[in-house]
Design a protein around this ligand. Structure first.
Ligand code: SAM
Length: 293
């Protein structure tokens, strides 16, 4: 494979004969990975998709030049995005995942025996196919009988599903382009209507080091719709700034941040999530609280 700049957007460079994939988080700051092997590289109808074998972080998925996950540290993100709401909800039977075509959130959701059905709505089928083929450590559960994979826009899908889901997880790319509607009040309204009475909504809501104002914008939009829209945090080593926030909202009257998490299913071992980490994650440092309304 001829390893050199493929498009103006692609941050792949040859450096002293080695191939490095770099994501810039700010004009002079970023993260870079030495690439051993390119597994899949394509421009889909939605984005530039790169799946590579890195020197140190295992296999990694990049979309439009931004890290989606690496095998080495994806557990921080997928465990927190999924187990926080699923351990709070009294009986999470029907789970919807918008985005998440890599399968990481599906894998974590299926660890809960209460979960009877996971619907994954991913707009780009090439992401699902490429991750199924090249990253089974993340995508392995996509073929579980409890999982339904739909290739379509999550916004359109939700409009057709009122009062259906106990937990809605939005695992989308950054809030630009096709993911932009997913962090705005009209979508939050549609999502609230798609929840069951005790339903919970959770989504990644950007990082406080480089995107603090975005966290505040998303929070203001959510608070227009949900009575309780709270935030929790967790480290995400390969995301911009290494620290990430998550939005958790409830359709019902109870503040989800105050609900005591049920223990993880017996025998299920996580690597980052625990009941103690869960409770501590809602303690926001002052510089993050300052971004919130
Ligand atoms: N963990 C990653 C992060 O936080 O950036 C997200 C990983 S997942 C691969 C993101 C997925 O969201 C992409 O595959 C993208 O195609 C999908 N996506 C973006 N907008 C969407 C929409 N409106 N409906 C469904 N899927 C969408």
């Amino acid at each position: 494979m001829e390893l050199k700049k493929k498009t103006s957007a692609s941050p792949a460079v040859l450096h002293q004969g080695e191939f490095w994939f770099t994501e810039l988080h700010a004009p002079g700051t970023g993260i870079t990975f030495r690439v051993r092997r390119v597994l899949h590289w394509a421009r889909t109808p939605f984005q530039e998709l790169a799946l590579v074998e890195t020197e140190d972080m295992g296999r990694a998925l990049f979309l439009d030049g931004t890290v989606q996950f690496t095998e080495r540290d994806e557990f921080f993100y997928h465990e927190m995005l999924v187990h926080v709401p699923l351990c709070i909800h009294p009986r999470p039977r029907r789970v919807l995942i918008v985005g998440g075509g890599d399968g990481g959130c599906v894998r974590e959701a299926l660890r809960h025996p209460e979960v009877e059905e996971v619907t994954l709505v991913e707009i780009d089928g090439e992401v699902v196919d490429a991750c199924r083929k090249h990253i089974p450590s993340v995508s392995s559960k996509l073929d579980d009988p409890r999982v339904r994979v739909l290739i379509e826009d999550g916004v359109a899908f939700l409009k057709r599903n009122r009062g259906t889901f106990d937990v809605i997880i939005v695992d989308s790319t950054d809030p630009v382009g096709m993911a932009s509607p997913l962090t705005q009040a009209p979508f939050f309204r549609t999502a609230r209507e798609a929840l069951t009475p005790q339903g919970l909504y959770v989504a990644q809501s950007q990082g406080p080091i480089f995107d603090g104002r975005e966290i505040g914008r998303i929070a203001r939009a959510a608070r227009k719709v949900f009575r309780h829209a709270r935030h929790f945090m967790a480290p995400t080593p390969t995301y911009p700034g290494g620290l990430w926030t998550y939005l958790l909202a409830a359709r019902g009257p109870k503040d989800p941040a105050g609900l005591r998490p049920r223990p993880l299913p017996r025998g299920e071992r996580t690597r980052y999530y625990s009941a103690e980490v869960h409770r501590a994650a809602f303690v926001l440092p002052p510089f993050v609280r300052d971004f919130l309304p």
